[in-house]
Design a binder for this molecule. Sequence first.
Ligand SMILES: [Fe+2]
Ligand SMILES: [Fe+2]
Length: 194
Amino acid sequence: MRCGLFATSLQGRPAAKKNLFSRHEKTWTPENILRVNLAGEHGATHIYRAQIAVASLFFRDMLPFLHETLNHEKRHCRLFHDMAAARSVRPCRAMTLWALGGGLLGLSSTLFGAHGVWICTAAVEATVYRHMRSQLTYLKPRDAELYALVATILREETGHLRYARSRAGVLTPPMRALRNAIAMATEFAVQRSF
Ligand SMILES: [Fe+2]
Ligand SMILES: [Fe+2]
């Protein structure tokens, strides 16, 4: 299945595409990778919490995926937090904004029904996937410990992405616009979290 900006093959590895916000990838350091990833995982937990609150009322068939994914994101958050603490890396100053933005994004995605939730998940997870792939390239010759952690977490993020894309299906132009807006908002938040 191909979805324009975030094309993926459900059979193989999702394709990583550059976009307008990719310049910061030239400035990766282990410290800012930990900072950005911790902030992103924190935001992700709030997206899924908000979606679970609404899905409990209207889209109960989504709950198994949402609960399992939330548990993954909570664990990712804890793992990045523990490594950041062990290395005395200060957290992102905008952690509260990540939580608020994540909750708002999760809630607003449900306004478009279950399809909106799948599109939101696919857009956010595609951004996560692309950044983590870029981080692995940077980390491989430089930081074996953080490389191993990101690689482990990326396997689960890839599962989230593939499943959401398979459920989102073919997007109409308005839904494509929604997906692109969510992806750009996520990229913008990443840019502000170094
Ligand atoms: Fe995660
Ligand atoms: Fe995820």
